[in-house]
Design a protein around this ligand. Structure first.
Ligand code: FAD
Ligand code: UDP
Length: 370
């Protein structure tokens, strides 16, 4: 008899497996329908020996000391600050938009102070910022919105930014200084030997059994367990009884090139050209030295593996119906990006899983005292 069946060996499932097994001495079976652990953060050495991220570029960043300290038990880190260029008007310019972006794009020589005024002069008045269009036009005006955000977003999400919650484009800030880092979090680092190696350490405990290539539906009636932790899509768990929750998918086209470097920086975004949104060159992320280089192109898709919940009011409403059901389902706990339908980064999923672990242990303590 397992204490816990954990469905999904990504961050959500693996953090809980690790905590429950090592801290609470629980017997855990963690299963995944894929052939590997680490969920969407999975990385591996390809046929040329280059470390690549199978499901697109994953860059770790967090402001949470707790999350960073927690993961540091399972990996050493390589300091890494992510930088991205966008291909706009035939030039490669920094994104997030900053002082250099504007000066380069318009052939200007503004100072930070002047840029503040410049943004103010082009910004549109938006009484209530609700959508992903509002966020951008209210800060940098319509022209920059159209150059950098409108088409990228339409490509990535299959809908106009005006149809998406403000939280989507709010992920990318606007700066008046020359800081060209994609993230400004306190902790920005990549696991020294990769994400999968970190997950292997998390799951290496005698109380944890890992079963791959298995959908939970195949074993749920065969293997006895007390409680379940579910990290797959919440609508799938409930047989889509209120209808399908939209998730956006991607096709990843991986390529290895016979050249030492291909891009001038780790990622180049293509808002207005091509069917793909961005190209990533992995060696920038991993620091690996190799005579060849591996890149991935991301082609957004409506169908396929669910990668992104789609933040907009009607989807939040539908999710809330599933959440109500989830809350009423005894002994099943829903956690992670798919099971709680949240556009979470890795660190947010780790934090959410650690919070659930705390709740589960408090519950056990309560049970003991009753
Ligand atoms: P997942 O990693 O999706 O794990 C869920 C697991 O459950 C999967 O392995 C799946 O196979 C399994 N599963 C589902 N259904 C079943 C079933 N029926 N039976 C058995 N197993 C099942 N975050 C960052 O912090 N930085 C980044 O740079 C970043 N880049 C990203 C780039 C892309 C292209 C994508 C898609 C995401 C990115 N993220 C990034 C987000 C990050 O991937 C997620 O926050 C994190 O991986 C979510 O972990 P999870 O455990 O919730 O879900
Ligand atoms: N975005 C954009 N242009 C860019 C970069 C981002 O329009 O050059 C928008 C787009 O809607 C994207 C969102 O901002 O989906 C969030 O970008 P982020 O880079 O955080 O996306 P992720 O890495 O999660 O795919």
């Amino acid at each position: 008899m397992f204490d816990y069946l954990i469905v999904g060996a990504g961050f959500a499932g693996s953090v809980l497996a690790e905590r429950l097994a090592t801290r609470s001495n629980k017997k855990v079976l963690i299963i995944d329908k894929r052939s590997h652990i680490a969920g969407n953060a999975y990385d591996h050495y390809n046929e040329e020996g280059i470390l690549v991220h199978k499901y697109g570029p994953h860059i770790f960043h967090t402001n949470s000391k707790d999350v960073f300290d927690y993961l540091s038990q399972f990996t050493e880190w390589r300091s890494y600050e992510h930088r991205v260029l966008a291909s706009v008007d035939g030039q490669l310019v920094p994104i997030p938009i900053n002082l250099d972006t504007i000066n380069k794009l318009y052939g200007l020589n503004l100072t930070s102070f002047e840029l503040e005024d410049w943004f103010e002069s082009v910004a549109e008045q938006v009484p209530v910022v609700r959508t992903s269009e509002d966020v951008v036009v209210s800060k940098v005006g319509r022209e920059l919105y159209e150059k950098f955000f409108r088409n990228y977003t339409r490509k990535q999400w299959g809908m106009d930014p005006s149809e998406l919650d403000k939280s989507v484009t709010s992920r990318v800030p606007t700066r008046t200084n020359r800081d060209n880092r994609y993230f400004t979090d306190t902790y920005q680092a990549m696991p020294l030997n990769g994400f999968t190696a970190m997950f292997e350490k998390m799951l290496a405990h005698p109380n944890i059994k890992v079963m791959l290539n298995t959908d939970y539906k195949e074993i749920i009636d065969l293997i006895p367990f007390k409680e379940m932790i579910f990290t797959g899509p919440v609508d799938e768990y409930f047989d889509y009884q209120f209808g399908k929750l939209p998730y956006r998918s991607l096709d990843f086209k991986h390529e290895t090139l016979n050249t030492e470097t291909f891009l001038p920086t780790a990622v180049v975004n293509y808002p207005n050209e091509h069917a793909y949104t961005r190209i990533t060159e992995f060696k920038y992320l991993t620091g690996q030295k190799h005579t060849k280089t591996s890149v991935v192109y991301e082609y957004p898709q409506a169908d396929g593996d669910p990668y992104y919940p789609v933040p907009r009011p009607e989807n939040a409403e539908l999710y809330n119906k599933y959440k109500k059901l989830a809350d009423q389902t005894p002994n099943v706990h829903f956690v992670g990006r798919l099971a709680t339908y949240k556009y979470y980064n890795m660190d947010q999923v780790v934090a959410q899983a650690l919070t659930l672990y705390k709740k589960l242990t408090e519950k056990t303590e309560e049970d003991k005292t009753i």
